[in-house]
Design a protein around this ligand. Structure first.
Ligand SMILES: *[C@@H]1O[C@H](CO)[C@@H](O)[C@H](O)[C@H]1NC(C)=O
Ligand SMILES: *[C@@H]1O[C@H](CO)[C@@H](O)[C@H](O)[C@H]1NC(C)=O
Ligand SMILES: *[C@@H]1O[C@H](CO)[C@@H](O)[C@H](O)[C@H]1NC(C)=O
Ligand SMILES: *[C@@H]1O[C@H](CO)[C@@H](O)[C@H](O)[C@H]1NC(C)=O
Ligand SMILES: *[C@@H]1O[C@H](CO)[C@@H](O)[C@H](O)[C@H]1NC(C)=O
Ligand SMILES: *[C@@H]1O[C@H](CO)[C@@H](O)[C@H](O)[C@H]1NC(C)=O
Ligand SMILES: *[C@@H]1O[C@H](CO)[C@@H](O)[C@H](O)[C@H]1NC(C)=O
Ligand SMILES: *[C@@H]1O[C@H](CO)[C@@H](O)[C@H](O)[C@H]1NC(C)=O
Ligand SMILES: *[C@@H]1O[C@H](CO)[C@@H](O)[C@H](O)[C@H]1NC(C)=O
Ligand SMILES: *[C@@H]1O[C@H](CO)[C@@H](O)[C@H](O)[C@H]1NC(C)=O
Ligand SMILES: *[C@@H]1O[C@H](CO)[C@@H](O)[C@H](O)[C@H]1NC(C)=O
Length: 838
């Protein structure tokens, strides 16, 4: 029964084969019944050994581990481990879904694996990829059937290759039979739908998704086969419906190296499905070759040209962006740009920026790395504002120290800037002075020096950068006081007299503050008279600030005083200005004579007088002169001279020139160390002056004159020592005055009564006038009259003296020569005694 059934089956099988052979057997099918050569198959010439065709019916002995029939097989016992044998089917260019199936077996005497049977599918004459199907395990002596669902279609072509690889087993067989290309889908192996190319940007994850017909069964192996590399395991399978499932494969962060052909392979014991090769195209995101170009620059903007025509990487470019940042900063900003030029706004002035261009191609991760940077700097901007506060840190008399808030970049808006302090003020002489000082902007404090003290100084600060300048408001600061400058020496005016100096001055040209006081110190530094002790140390007077003159009194005549005047402010005294002033010398004083001390004796032609040395006052006595004055009562007296008898007149000059006096002698002070008698008229010559005998008929006054002299001035004192009366009657020369007297006498008798009445009236008038004069005399007469210049006063006092003399004709009058005037006369008389007039 079994046998019958087998025979029936065998017949059926035979019939079907015959049917196929006789019908449309697609290219590539082969039963190996006619041997290998009939099959249009090829042994691989590049493998290690060849598959062998076997027909068991033609062999006397066949291993019991081989089935009966005509088929291809490999006896592994004849080859070394790892050796391979391949034969290939013809190239297939199918238009429709088709299936390839075949019989196979791997058997061995001991049940171990004889090696591996691999099926490879080579596409478009490309390289051999990994097997799409393989079997290693021992399968037994019975044929197993497997299907290959190869989804590569016209115009692509493929070739199926069977490969036997020898393992280390000592014996065994790998056999293939009945390869058929069927024009209908496989039953057991899934067919893949067309696998599309995947284009992805470098660095992205790529996903291949294979959709296959049939159900995914868990015993199916499923992978993505790379043509030239490692397999990629399935990430996810998903049944779409009962006839389809999808399998996803992920390639992580692909690079250029991943660019290849990939196909999906599913494998089970009963066959394999393999998709077409799809390309993984890895695109390099673009980036510019060159940095952007700078077209324009301002304080807050940069105009650039993207310069993105030349790129590295792949296009197309769908987005251009500008990425910029401060070189020193950390943030980055990106702006999309759709024109060739772009202006970056709102930048910081004087700041370095780094600008790059970003290019984007389609697809995720299509943005390339930034291009090379343009590193550029914005221009400076005008300073924001002036420094807010100008703080005066310190004020001294000639210096102002200024502080200010630190000048941050946010104010200067430029990293290079200058700080200048400008100041102006009015000088003491109302001239405007201004200057500017460049300051070190880093310094926290700035000094403005060389200023005048006690002056309102106007200060301002100027901030300059290359783009502009800003000035602060003016700050007015008064510098501190300082010690004043010197009193200008030209302003010092000193008017000396004998015992006083009147000094006037003006304020220092540089008061340097408020003058508080003046201080004048004075001391005698030199005297004409060596006997005068100099005042040392000097004296000092302090005067209020409004003083501009001072009278120094109780000084010595003929002394040079050094006056030092200095002014002071609250800061102290300034330098002194000194001036030497010499007081006027005084005329020498001649000591009073007691009674008739001066008169010693006389002859007809001489008179001997006692000379006493005079006292110097201010300057030493330079000479004594004995002056003889002829008294002519008939003649009017000479005009009083204010300088005694200063003009030296010799006897001869006097007699010829009509001078009323002459110098009878001149003596040097050494000639008169002590009181000495001197005879006037002794017919001798003293220092060029002849002392001739006196005329006995004439009346004379004899004077002693003492002279003090300096380079600048000469002061003279004179004293009448005696008067000499004529010892003989004058020659009969009718004196007009006497004649007048006679005429008066003669006429007096006749006109007596009238004259008497007139005299009475005159007498009354005289009495009145005398009383008036006496009053004046009382006032002046007590003072010794040394001064030679008070002419009027002296004149008046002489009038008094003359009245005294009128009462006492014997009186001798001492007086200064200038006391004489035309109103005064000596009563003609002989002088018997001398009297001091007080
Ligand atoms: C597939 O189709 C193309 C064009 O339609 C044809 O030239 C080719 O012969 C066909 N191939 C098969 C195997 O039928
Ligand atoms: C089939 O070949 C793959 C490599 O392509 C290998 O990993 C696998 O183990 C093989 N399977 C068998 C049964 O030999
Ligand atoms: C790629 O996938 C991995 C996880 O599989 C993920 O961590 C990574 O972020 C992905 N990369 C990109 C560029 O999406
Ligand atoms: C300038 O910056 C400083 C700190 O650097 C800050 O104290 C000051 O307030 C800023 N001034 C302005 C006007 O922004
Ligand atoms: C400076 O100015 C102030 C205010 O105007 C004034 O009171 C002061 O007297 C001035 N000082 C000087 C030295 O001129
Ligand atoms: C700052 O001062 C220097 C030296 O005086 C000068 O050379 C420079 O031009 C000045 N800068 C500005 C911004 O004024
Ligand atoms: C003092 O002497 C000077 C000459 O040195 C003279 O000009 C001046 O008049 C004199 N003054 C007095 C008061 O004598
Ligand atoms: C100087 O000032 C004082 C008051 O301080 C005053 O009494 C005096 O008269 C003034 N002198 C002059 C010369 O103005
Ligand atoms: C004043 O006199 C003294 C002493 O003779 C002399 O040293 C000084 O230089 C003189 N000063 C002036 C200003 O003439
Ligand atoms: C006058 O007096 C002087 C001095 O006493 C004397 O030397 C002289 O002889 C006297 N002459 C006569 C004439 O007595
Ligand atoms: C005065 O002296 C001169 C000579 O020097 C002499 O000739 C003359 O006679 C003298 N006269 C008298 C009066 O003695």
């Amino acid at each position: 029964m079994d046998t019958l059934f087998s025979v029936f089956l065998g017949l059926l099988l035979l019939c079907s084969i015959v049917g196929n052979v006789s019908g449309q057997i697609p290219t590539g099918s082969c039963t190996f019944d006619e041997g290998f050569s009939q099959c249009d198959y090829q042994q691989d010439p590049y493998d290690d050994f060849d598959w062998t065709h076997i027909n068991t019916q033609e062999l006397p002995y066949v291993s019991p581990h081989l089935p009966q029939g005509s088929y291809m097989y490999v006896d592994v016992s004849q080859y070394d481990v790892g050796e391979k044998a391949r034969f290939q089917l013809p190239v297939m260019k199918e238009n429709d879904t088709h299936c390839i199936d075949f019989n196979y077996l791997l058997s061995s005497p001991d049940g171990s694996s004889p090696g591996t049977l691999n099926v490879l599918v080579k596409v478009n004459k490309g390289p051999l990829a990994n097997p799409i199907w393989n079997v290693t395990s021992y399968t037994g002596k019975e044929w197993l059937r497997a299907e290959l669902a190869v989804s590569t279609f016209w115009p692509n072509e493929y070739q199926v290759i069977f490969e036997a690889e020898v393992s280390d087993s000592k014996a065994g067989f790998i056999a293939i039979d009945d390869i058929q290309v069927l024009s209908y889908p496989c039953d057991k192996s899934p067919h893949f739908l067309r696998l599309g190319d995947v284009e992805v940007n470098a660095g992205q994850n790529a996903t291949f998704q294979c959709i296959a017909t049939g159900r995914d069964t868990s015993n199916n192996k499923l992978w993505l086969q790379r043509r030239n590399g490692e397999d990629i395991p399935v990430a996810l399978t998903k049944n779409i419906n009962h006839r389809r499932f999808a399998a996803s494969f992920h390639l992580k962060e692909v690079t250029n190296q991943d660019q290849d052909l990939y196909r999906c392979v599913t494998q089970s014991e009963r066959g394999s499905g393999v998709s077409n090769f799809a390309a993984l195209i890895v695109r390099e995101p673009p980036h510019p070759i060159a940095p952007p170009q700078l077209l324009g620059v301002g304080p807050t903007y940069l105009l650039i040209q993207l310069n993105a025509n030349s790129i590295f990487g792949d296009g197309p470019i769908i987005l251009k962006e500008v990425e910029y940042r401060m070189t020193s900063g950390s943030w980055t900003e990106t702006h999309a740009v759709n024109s060739p030029n772009y202006k970056l706004w709102h930048l910081d002035p004087d700041t370095e920026y780094e600008i790059r261009v970003l290019l984007t191609r389609p697809g995720e991760g299509g943005t390339g790395k930034p291009g090379p940077p343009l590193i550029t700097r914005t221009k400076c901007a005008e300073p924001m504002r002036t420094p807010k506060r100008l703080k005066i840190a310190e004020t001294r008399s000639r210096l102002i120290a200024v502080d200010w808030e630190s000048l941050g970049y946010n104010i200067t808006r430029c990293h290079t800037f200058n700080v200048t302090i400008c100041y102006h003020y009015m000088t003491a002489n109302d001239r405007s002075k201004a200057d500017c000082l460049d300051m070190d902007p880093k310094a926290p404090r700035h000094l403005v020096g060389n200023l005048p003290p006690y002056t309102n100084v106007s200060l301002k600060m100027i901030l300059t950068n290359p783009e502009g300048r800003k000035e602060s408001d003016e700050t007015i600061i008064q510098t501190d006081e300082d010690v004043p400058g010197p009193v200008p020496s030209q302003s010092l005016k000193a008017t000396p007299s004998e015992e006083t100096i009147s000094l006037s001055w003006k304020e220092p040209t540089e008061p340097n503050g408020v003058i508080i006081q003046y201080e004048i110190s004075y001391s005698g530094v030199h005297s004409f008279d060596p006997s005068v002790p100099l005042q040392r140390p000097g004296l000092t007077v302090s005067l209020p600030s409004n003083a501009s003159h001072h009278m120094f009194s109780q000084l010595h005549p003929g002394v040079t005083y050094q006056l030092s005047i200095r002014a002071s402010t609250s800061k102290g005294f300034g330098p002194a200005t000194t001036l030497n002033v010499t007081t006027n010398i005084s005329a020498p004083t001649i000591d009073e004579y007691d009674g008739q001390e001066a008169f010693l004796n006389e002859t007809a032609t001489t008179i001997t007088v006692l000379l006493k040395p005079a006292q110097a006052k201010g300057a030493p006595i330079s000479a004594y002169q004995i002056v003889v004055e002829e008294v002519n009562p008939q003649r009017t007296r000479r005009q009083a001279s204010s300088d005694c008898y200063q003009v030296p007149v010799s006897y001869h000059s006097a007699s010829s020139g009509g001078s009323p006096y002459y110098y009878a002698a001149q003596l040097s002070p050494s000639n008169l160390p002590e009181p000495l008698p001197f005879t006037v008229g002794d017919n001798k010559t003293y220092q060029g002056f002849w002392n001739p005998p006196l005329a006995p008929r004439k009346n004379y006054n004899i004077y002693l004159q003492a002279v003090s002299s300096t380079e600048r001035e000469t002061k003279t004192q004179c004293l009448r020592l005696a008067a000499k009366r004529a010892t003989e009657e004058p020659e009969v020369i009718p004196d007009p005055a006497k004649q007048t007297d006679r005429v008066v006498k003669i006429a007096g008798i006749s006109a007596g009564v009238l004259v008497f009445i007139l005299l009475v009236l005159v007498a009354i008038l005289l009495v009145k006038k005398r009383k008036l004069a006496k009053k004046r005399k009382d006032a002046i007469g007590t003072t010794r009259q040394e001064m030679t210049h008070m002419v009027n006063a002296m004149d008046r006092s002489y009038a008094d003296q003359s009245t005294l003399h009128g009462e006492d004709p014997m009186a001798v009058t001492f007086m200064d020569s200038h006391n004489y005037n035309n109103r005064c006369r000596f009563i003609k008389s002989r002088f018997y005694k001398q009297k001091t007039l007080n």
